[in-house]
Design a protein around this ligand. Structure first.
Ligand code: GTP
Ligand code: MG
Ligand code: ZN
Length: 341
């Protein structure tokens, strides 16, 4: 659960920011008028089916039910909670907390679930930490898909290469190539080892004053990173399969934690795969910050960047101004998008 020990000054600041927000924000899904005097604002710290835990302005964690038909609700959402009399309870005076509205979000990270359905991962995200590891092996296409999601949210993105204590002659090059590729594009890359306490301070500093979410394959060490930064929190750490290095999907729901210096970190369940929800080809292009600078420079305005003459992107790849792997991943995501349309 979220850490409650914030300084009095931080508590006052958060409370006043939230009070101002409630005046300014339009409430989403506000189907019937809500008497705001009987409600309080809270932030969702974890969400389990029809129930969730939320943190109030007094930094108290409360268990809430969710009013029907509110739509997607996610860890990180700011919500309005109403205290109602529990009619089914025999004891008079018992109350229950009900989420009656979701406040307007700055963004909502979604992923594709079963049968193409969208699933909310977390809301009001300032920064996405894409966590990779020496084991399980990094998947650059997955990294690039997460980056497109970050660019389109929009949210800052940062790459973490964890478990560097496991580097050997076979994996050294993989780690170096990942670092130099993403740094050359303009993303920050932080190498960490929980086992050897490497990079944790650098990572903690990068998390201040924003809401960050850790995403990536199961078993890369997302929860271990949160535990290393917040040793007092009770966080479940999983095992990885000896043979494949794959994780066992230990974290089952996203959960939000407070950091010392006004930062918030959300640990999310590991994925086998991640497909961003792109609405158009333009969004995919926007998601590749290195590719998008050549957009519009091709000879044909409808260039598919495959075989047409005068393709500025293909030219940039052959001149070494655009990384070939990134360009191929861009074309692959475009192709998958067009096949679905
Ligand atoms: N050698 C080594 N092992 C690590 C490191 N960080 C985490 N691990 C191990 O990796 C395994 C998986 O760690 P978790 O933190 O549960 O991974 P996760 O990404 O949260 O996994 P899910 O919750 O399934 O998504 C555990 O056995 C950790 O002890 C590290 O820096 N070095
Ligand atoms: Mg985990
Ligand atoms: Zn082109």
């Amino acid at each position: 659960m979220a850490k409650r020990k914030l300084s009095k000054q931080q508590q006052r600041r958060i409370a006043s920011q939230q009070k101002n927000k409630i005046k300014d924000d339009q409430l989403q899904n506000n189907k019937s008028p809500i008497d705001e005097s009987s409600t309080q604002t809270a932030r969702v710290v974890s969400h389990h089916g029809r129930q969730l835990f939320a943190e109030t302005e007094d930094l108290e964690i409360i268990k809430c039910k969710i009013r029907q038909n509110l739509g997607d609700i996610a860890c990180g959402d700011h919500v309005l909670v109403q205290q109602t009399q529990e009619k089914t309870q025999l004891q008079a005076g018992d109350t229950q907390n009900v989420v009656v509205a979701i406040k307007q979000r700055t963004n909502l990270l979604l992923k594709t679930g079963f049968a193409g359905a969208t699933k909310p991962v977390a809301a009001n995200i300032g920064q996405i930490l894409i966590v990779t590891a020496i084991r399980p092996k990094p998947n650059p296409y997955l990294i690039d898909r997460y980056l497109t999601a970050a660019e389109n949210l929009p949210a800052k993105a940062l790459l973490v290469i964890n478990k560097i204590d496991l580097i050997d002659s076979a994996t050294q090059q993989i780690a170096e190539d990942l670092t130099s590729l993403y740094q050359s594009i303009g993303y920050r890359v932080i190498s960490t080892s929980i086992k050897q306490n490497i990079g944790i301070d650098e990572l903690s500093e990068a998390l201040s004053n924003t809401t960050s979410i850790l995403v990536g394959l199961s078993g890369v060490g997302k929860s271990s990173i949160v535990k290393a930064i917040l040793p007092k929190e009770e966080i479940k750490i999983g095992e990885t399969s000896e043979a494949s290095g794959e994780g066992k999907h230990t974290t089952t729901v996203s959960a939000l934690y407070h950091l010392k210096d006004s930062g918030i970190i959300i640990d999310s369940p590991g994925v086998r795969d991640f497909t961003p929800i792109n609405k158009s080809q333009d969004e995919i292009t926007h998601g590749f910050i290195d590719v998008r600078q050549f957009n519009g420079a091709c000879k044909f305005s409808n260039c598919s960047h495959q075989n047409e003459p005068g393709c500025a992107m293909k030219q940039a790849v052959s001149d070494g101004r655009l990384n070939e792997q990134r360009f191929n991943n861009y074309l692959r995501l475009l192709k998958e998008f067009n096949e679905k349309e």
